[in-house]
Design a binder for this molecule. Structure first.
Ligand SMILES: NC(=O)c1ccc[n+]([C@@H]2O[C@H](COP(=O)([O-])OP(=O)(O)OC[C@H]3O[C@@H](n4cnc5c(N)ncnc54)[C@H](O)[C@@H]3O)[C@@H](O)[C@H]2O)c1
Ligand SMILES: N[C@H](CO)Cc1c[nH]c[nH+]1
Ligand SMILES: [Zn+2]
Length: 377
């Protein structure tokens, strides 16, 4: 019988809801060989941070600066307008408390930067971070990034138990929204807790698709395809090409190669896949962009490989996978903000336009709705 991921994860989440910290402890022991205490102490922070060489601190600070510069342009401002003496618009408020899941199979400090920077720009006040421990410890680079960004609430928790703990408030205060990518267990757990908390997107195992023609440097294309397969056995790589030579060169384990008649056909295939990342390495890459409907991120030309975007370009690397790019997109500052509609209507406009509301209330059979509008003089 096939493994049923949905019921497997549902069972774990139910257990965490019902038995709380005991269940979290047992799953953590089983999958990460650690049963607490879960919150990273001040001493552990200090010890880890001291271990980071000066050169690496500089690398991290410069990377954070690049991310900050890119993301601060996304900050939403109030959008208000006046019409007939009335005020209308949207105002924005940050989510109060969020959880960030940092993947830990290969610990990814870069992912903490990718989520925490836009969260800080948006003005999120409280951030709890979870990461699976290794031998009871958290990766020191993750703790350094946390400290640099003013985050002191870090938990040694991974997988479904981390998502359950953040969503149901087990061993910590419940969060309002969970961010961050993870493996198929993490991704499914996020999908299932949606509604109890918000989630950013279904950011699961990494993927890359490359559209390339005969002008592409073969070694660049192959290296890029292999880069995302490095994330793990669930990762995927597709080459969509019009070049038979390139197709043969990249025919390796784990890479799905599709030989197409034209670049338009490559674009069509890319839209069907809706990959997390789409590289276009062709003679005139920009010409294909108009044909792309579904992709988490599009990187053009020979000098925009996915790993550069994973680390230092400044763009965000938290992206939808598994076809979710058909209905969602890259993580942005907006994901940390709640738009609130606002209006203050003038008497003149209200009286002039209320017949619309009165009749619509009648159509819907809403007597008290009608009354609320009618009663005003
Ligand atoms: N889409 C994106 O934006 C993006 C960004 C970065 C990383 N990623 C992806 O994140 C993933 C990280 O995966 P990872 O495995 O390295 O780390 P992870 O932290 O997501 O998963 C590790 C956890 O999975 C749990 N787990 C492992 N086996 C289990 C089992 N059989 N049953 C229940 N729980 C189990 C354990 O608790 C462990 O702590 C990779 O697939 C990577 O490609 C995606
Ligand atoms: N490629 C990942 C997004 O799918 C992000 C990442 C982090 N570290 C290395 N790569
Ligand atoms: Zn990567």
């Amino acid at each position: 019988m096939d493994f049923d991921l949905e019921s497997y994860v549902a069972g774990m989440l139910k257990d965490i809801r019902e038995r709380g910290i005991e269940a979290v402890r047992e799953y953590s022991k089983k999958f990460d060989n650690y049963d607490g205490p879960f919150r990273v102490t001040e001493e552990e922070f200090e010890e880890a941070v001291e271990r980071i060489p000066e050169k690496d601190r500089e690398i991290i600070v410069r990377t954070v600066e690049r991310l900050w510069e890119y993301h601060e342009r996304q900050m939403e401002r109030e959008r208000l307008f006046l019409k007939n003496g009335s005020l209308y618009g949207l105002i924005y408020r940050p989510i109060r408390r969020i959880g960030i899941y940092v993947p830990g199979g290969k610990p990814l400090p870069s992912t903490l930067m990718m989520v925490a920077v836009p969260a800080k720009i948006a003005g999120v006040k409280e951030i709890a971070v979870t990461i699976p421990p290794k031998e009871g410890k958290v990766n020191p680079y993750v703790l350094y990034v946390a400290e640099l960004l003013g985050i002191d609430e870090v938990y040694k928790l991974g997988g479904v138990q981390a998502i359950g703990a953040m969503a149901y408030g087990v061993g910590m205060e419940k969060v309002d929204k969970i961010f961050g990518p993870g493996n198929k267990f993490v991704n499914e757990a996020k999908r299932q807790v949606f509604g109890v908390v918000g989630i950013d997107s279904l950011a699961g195992p990494s993927e890359i698709a490359v559209i390339a023609d005969k002008t592409a440097e073969k070694d660049y294309v192959l290296a890029d395809l292999l880069s995302q397969l490095e994330h793990g056995k669930d990762s995927k790589a597709w080459l969509l090409t019009t070049s038979k030579e390139l197709a043969d060169y990249c025919s390796r384990d784990g890479i799905e190669v599709v030989l197409c008649e034209s670049l338009e056909e490559c674009a069509e295939k890319a839209n069907e896949i809706a990959p997390e990342h789409l590289e276009i390495i062709t003679e005139r890459p920009m010409e294909l962009v108009d044909l792309i409907e579904n992709a988490g991120a599009i990187y053009l030309g020979p000098y925009t490989p996915v790993p550069a975007a994973d680390y230092f370009l400044g763009v965000n690397h938290v992206l939808p996978t598994g076809g979710a790019a058909k209905f969602s997109g890259v993580l942005t500052v907006r994901d940390f903000l709640k738009p609130i509609s606002i209006a203050q209507v003038s008497r003149e406009e209200f009286l002039a336009e209320r017949e619309l509301g009165l009749r619509l209330a009648e159509i819907e059979g809403m007597v008290f709705h009608r009354r609320s509008m009618e009663v005003r003089k």
